[in-house]
Design a protein around this ligand. Structure first.
Ligand SMILES: *Cc1c(COP(=O)(O)O)cnc(C)c1O
Length: 370
């Protein structure tokens, strides 16, 4: 086996998207931002397409352009860009990428960058207070977009927003955001803008809130098989990523041996230490010191001592472990290995961060059939 690898099950991604698609009449935009949540942009997008995704969503325009350069002809929307990126906007528009617009400077940048009619999605902030125009700024943005549309400079393909609390069904914010979204659509309609696609739903809303599906849903984490509500594992999703490494060395040490920087772990008796060639440079949280779970040869252990930049150590007791044996940090959990959710709980974060932070030094390998 490789020194380290993030093995991505493309069949799982395909099936997850098919499951999401079966639960809605809307089209599916697979969100593949941040290198496909760490799974590899191209591999994830191919698998999502095989499952029925007809749109892709990225945060940056650069990610969207990479998809086009790789030959993807589906709709692609990029939504996070800054005033210094007018050249990137120009490239994106030339590549037929849809660009999100939240305010007047973005609309102006798009108008100036467009050589042909630019496809835009106007974003309304319905309560997340992140990207998107406020309700106060919305009428002016819509009016400016309507005149740019009349001049054929832009086509308002979409109107969209994003939830703050979709993973807490019944939270009062959800209903308020849906109502604010409908109000924004009405304001746009009165200004003559009736987009082809209205979209609001992330993974949690795709799985639990059909009234928020509109014309297009935007699942991200669920595409990769992780439940957006860790308390619910009944959505029929399969985690796609398995992170593993080969043991780089083993040694017998006596009791009382201090392990790794600062000796935050000390062996209790004579034991075997296994060296694992993954560290915080690879995205293993340093918070996993004496906390991160692993599986070696069918047995579960906890990291012993500090996670270093490139490596950590596991006290495996008297278990026969040899150099080259596989250490699984997380996977689907179907063979007793820890899951990304276990890691999230061990280090105080969410599984989104665990899979997304796996670094570029770890090769992504692809298993399964499309
Ligand atoms: C990341 C993101 C999504 C997907 O969210 P998940 O919770 O991963 O499904 C959808 N829409 C926007 C705007 C996002 O930033």
């Amino acid at each position: 086996m490789l020194r380290t690898e993030a093995a991505v099950d493309v069949t799982a991604i395909r099936d997850n998207v098919a499951t999401l698609k079966a639960g809605t009449v809307a089209e599916v935009m697979a969100v593949v931002k941040a290198d496909g949540y760490g799974h590899g942009l191209i591999g994830a997008a191919q698998a999502a397409r095989a499952g029925g995704a007809t749109w892709f969503g990225t945060a940056t325009l650069d990610e969207a352009i990479v998809l086009r350069e790789a030959g993807f002809t589906e709709h692609v929307l990029g939504w996070l860009w800054t005033p210094g990126e007018s050249e990137t906007v120009r490239s994106a528009l030339r590549a037929g990428i849809d660009v999100s617009v939240s305010n007047n400077w973005q609309l102006e940048t798009v108008r100036l960058a467009a050589s042909d009619t630019a496809r835009i999605h106007l974003k309304i902030d319905t309560g997340l207070s992140r990207n998107g125009a406020t309700a106060a700024d919305w009428p002016a943005l819509v009016a400016a977009a309507a005149s740019a549309q009349a001049a054929r400079e832009v086509e308002v393909v979409g109107i969209w927003s994003h939830f703050a609390y979709a993973d807490e069904p019944g939270h009062p914010t959800i209903g308020r955001q849906i109502a604010a979204f409908r109000e924004a659509l009405d304001v746009a309609a009165r200004a003559g803008i009736t987009p082809q696609v209205r979209h609001l739903a992330n993974s949690a809303a795709t799985l639990t809130l059909p009234e928020a599906h509109f014309d297009l849903v935007r699942p991200g984490i669920a595409v990769y098989g992780l439940s957006p509500m860790p308390g619910r594992q009944d959505f029929g999703l399969r985690p796609a990523m398995t992170l593993r490494a080969a043991v780089a060395g083993v040694k017998r040490v006596p009791g009382g041996a201090g392990v790794s920087y600062g000796h935050t772990y000390t062996t209790g008796r004579e034991t075997t230490l296994a060296l694992v060639p993954l560290g915080y440079a690879d995205g293993i949280p340093r918070r996993a010191t004496n906390a991160g779970p692993v599986m070696i040869n069918g047995s579960r252990f906890t990291i012993s001592g500090r996670v270093c930049m490139d490596q950590f150590v596991v006290d495996v007791g008297d278990l026969p472990v040899v150099s080259g044996d596989a250490v699984t940090l997380f996977g689907p959990g179907s063979h007793g290995e820890p899951t990304a959710q276990d890691w999230a709980e061990a280090v105080g974060t969410i599984h989104y961060e665990i899979v997304t932070r796996v670094g570029p030094r770890v090769p992504r390998t692809y298993v399964g059939q499309l």
